[in-house]
Design a protein around this ligand. Structure first.
Ligand code: ASP
Length: 440
């Protein structure tokens, strides 16, 4: 059994939904289908979910919402016209409109994009529509109730041959509609795959898989065919993301691979994300490279730091006191540096520094702002000699000054800290070191 989730660009119009239907028909194992709300059809277009949020903002400030809601209605009428002109979409739209006039919760309203899209697709395919509110449960504290979800989903779907399920929401412990965070249909798909024991979780989008580097920096970067969950986590932390973060856990835990596919190019095999990586003949030593700007380094120096018990612990307890997480702590015998995301330091830097001075009495403290981190990631790097040398030589030849070097002991990543201004240069230098292409 395959669980397939189709994202907003795959379900943005009647024409796109017809492509989705062709994909579903092409493999009868595609039994459970999860859909997003209609996304953008072209640059500058609106996502239906954004319009729904906007509509709720109008309600909150008592501004007339008709114009926005008309746009939403238009989107669904257009889809309905293409898929099945006899489907009574107006019945569903008028139910929502009448609730708008009486007061409606934010989560209920913004979940309607997925709800209506799933109804339309289920009708077109002749599949059963199974509402997410019957199968996805949240606890009182707002977190997902995985066990209950698994039990109820199994009960509800065990005798269902084929179903279309709206993504993005479920039901709260109080019985109200509750959504995941934005992009949460990925989580719904992952839950359906893991709870129902799918052989693969297909995630259909508008790209043919995960790319080795940011296409805004590298022209036509190579696609990644296989990647492990661990590698994916390292790269997506650095901003290379195609999936909601929380979508990983359910399938990873159940050892189910994710296959990222492209609805507009269904013949492309896409990227397989799994716990283990398959070997492929065009494997490179690195799987990908990604980077992020806007970090700060706090660098401390103290003579004989290495012989002082608990020195780093004292520094870290100050960060804990101010609720600040950190990325890396490269250290030497008399030095320690802490790399922190600027957003986490917001407004707290001076207080942290004076507390460090008071508690740790370093000989010097230096603060380096505007630092970018670049992660070179690859399972193949482990136990293979010379990769780090190639990375550093490439960066040196490109004139990039390294402020921090860190290699995790798992050896699947090398992280370097450089100046924000050097980020693009560094990504290019590393990418082309391992891809000797002339097409730059
Ligand atoms: N429609 C929702 C959003 O735009 C959820 C999703 O598409 O995954 O965030």
């Amino acid at each position: 059994m395959i669980a397939s989730k189709f994202g907003g660009t795959s379900t943005s119009s009647g024409e796109q939904l017809k492509k989705v239907a062709d994909i579903i028909h092409a493999d009868k194992n595609r039994q459970f289908i999860v859909v997003s709300a209609p996304g953008k059809r072209f640059d500058g277009d609106n996502k239906v979910t954004d319009l729904l949020y906007l509509c709720h903002a109008h309600l909150t400030y008592s501004v007339p919402f008709d114009q926005v809601f008309n746009m939403i209605e238009e989107r669904f009428r257009d889809i309905s016209k293409v898929l099945d002109p006899n489907f009574d979409i107006d019945l569903y739209l008028s139910t929502i409109r009448s609730k708008l006039n009486k007061g409606i919760s934010l989560d209920y309203l913004v979940s309607r994009g997925e709800y209506l899209n799933a109804l339309l697709l289920a009708n077109y395919l002749g599949f059963e529509f199974v509402d997410a509110k019957e199968i996805i449960y949240f606890k009182m504290d707002g977190s997902l109730d995985y066990e209950k979800t698994r039990k109820l989903m199994n009960e509800r779907l065990k005798n269902v041959k084929n179903a279309v399920i709206p993504g993005f929401y479920g039901v709260s412990a109080l019985g109200d509609i509750k959504t995941f965070s934005r992009g949460g249909s990925d989580i719904t798909g992952s839950l359906v795959a893991s709870c129902m024991g799918a052989s693969v979780y297909e995630n259909w989008t508008d790209v043919s898989g995960f790319l080795m580097a940011d296409p805004r920096i590298i022209k036509n970067p190579k696609k990644i065919r296989y990647i492990t969950y661990r590698e994916l986590r390292e790269l997506s932390y650095m901003g290379a993301s195609v999936l909601h973060d929380e979508a990983i856990y359910p399938v990873r835990n159940a050892n189910i691979p994710i296959n990222i596919r492209n609805t507009n190019h269904p013949d492309d095999p896409g990227t397989i994300i799994a716990n283990e990586r398959e070997k492929s003949e065009d494997d490179l030593p690195i799987t990908g490279v990604a980077g992020r700007k806007d970090f700060t380094i706090i660098a401390l120096q103290k003579f004989y730091m290495n012989s002082e018990v608990g020195y780093v612990r004292r520094i870290l307890s100050i960060l804990e006191m101010y609720d600040i997480t950190f990325e890396n702590i490269p250290s030497g015998i008399d030095t320690v540096s802490i790399v922190i995301d600027n957003a986490k330091l917001n407004g707290k830097l001076e207080k942290v520094l004076s507390e460090i001075e008071r508690t740790c009495a370093p000989d010097s403290i230096n603060v380096y702002k505007n630092i970018a981190l670049v992660a070179v990631v690859g399972q193949n790097m482990a136990f293979s000699i010379g990769i780090a040398g190639r990375v550093f030589t490439a960066l040196g030849n490109a004139g990039v000054n390294l402020r921090v070097i860190d290699q995790g002991s798992s050896e699947i990543n090398i992280i370097v800290g450089i100046s924000d201004d050097d980020l693009e240069k560094a990504i290019k230098a590393i990418y082309y070191e391992f891809n000797k292409t002339t097409d730059r």
